[in-house]
Design a protein around this ligand. Sequence first.
Ligand SMILES: [Zn+2]
Length: 404
Amino acid sequence: MADYAPILAWIDAQQPRMESLVSRWAAINSGSCNIAGLDRMVQELTDAFAVLRQPITRIPLPPRQIIKADGRMAAEPLGVALSIKARPQLPRPVLLGIHFDTVYPADSTFQQARRIDPQTLCGPGVADAKGGLAVMLIALEALERSPYAGNIGWEVLLNPDEEIGSPGSAPLFLSAAQGKILGLLFEPALPDGSLVGTRKGSGNFVFVVRGKAAHAGRDFHAGRSAIVALSHIILALNKLNDRGPDITVNIGRIEGGGALNIVPDLAIARVNIRCRLPEHQGQIHRELDAIIKQAARTDGITVELHGEFHAPPRIFDEAHALWFKRAAQCSMELGIPLTWRDSGGACDGNRLSAAGLPTIDTLGPVGVGIHSSAEQISLPTLAQRAKLTALLLLKLAHGDLGKP
Ligand SMILES: [Zn+2]
């Protein structure tokens, strides 16, 4: 058994550094579509990750296709991803990843971190996932400072588009998963410190309904209301929720209509659909087709459906169970019991698991109120999680985990 205590003590000593990195990064708005802010984060991360002494590669992402409020497609620019590889010649490397975008747009009123009490920092992205970036950095730095670093290779992937479903970076994760032994993602842990086990799959869909405009007074019966047709679609979609908790359909946003004296010829619904099992995806596609066909039976109404499942469900198989147990063992050695439970949330971990890479995706700090203006991070969990990740990496490098 190696003596990891000095390395773990070094991590404890980095707690103030991690706290100041998180405050500093939280003050940079990096909403998924704020390219200027994302570029600033790329520069900050390039500077911070330079301590790992490995080449850092910038990968510009292709634009994503969106449906605008006028029903037309448009290209929206995405940011730049960062890739760092250490000792790629070694077999069975580890993939570490996390996003640096947040859900808070450039004009959000939530722009700065503030300390609520000695252990709690409130701010945009402090837990999701700027705290995770700090945890990953310190854990890797600890590994690199240890005598065991030369035994394993690793690859880091930092992406700027996770909060919008990783439209540009998903292919990077899929190719990075190839040949790896383990995936580690630094999404925030659940509020009680648990890891996430299974995850639902998630898809975003846009229904664009077109009808026929007419004067509401002179010619009302010649019009075909896209809003009324969309309403039928929405009610049919919502009915899919009646079958139980495995499939959920959230009508997140509707747009359409204009002046009240015009029969509206355009209405749009944006919908998020989640499901527990891979086979649910085909079932949902068939249900959506049937709903569209029914709506299009109305004379003068056409319906377009855009979108797809961007994250497949995560099944917790034997390989995942093995790695989660190893992580729990490391955590016990640090004096912190570790459990896991299921979540409806999706992340890049869904993709990695579906690509066959066992992935622990909630190694970031404990966060509460994520995706809201009450987002908080439990500061002591920064060092805790960095030690957990470092211990897992150190044992893997030293061969203390047994043959996977
Ligand atoms: Zn996240």
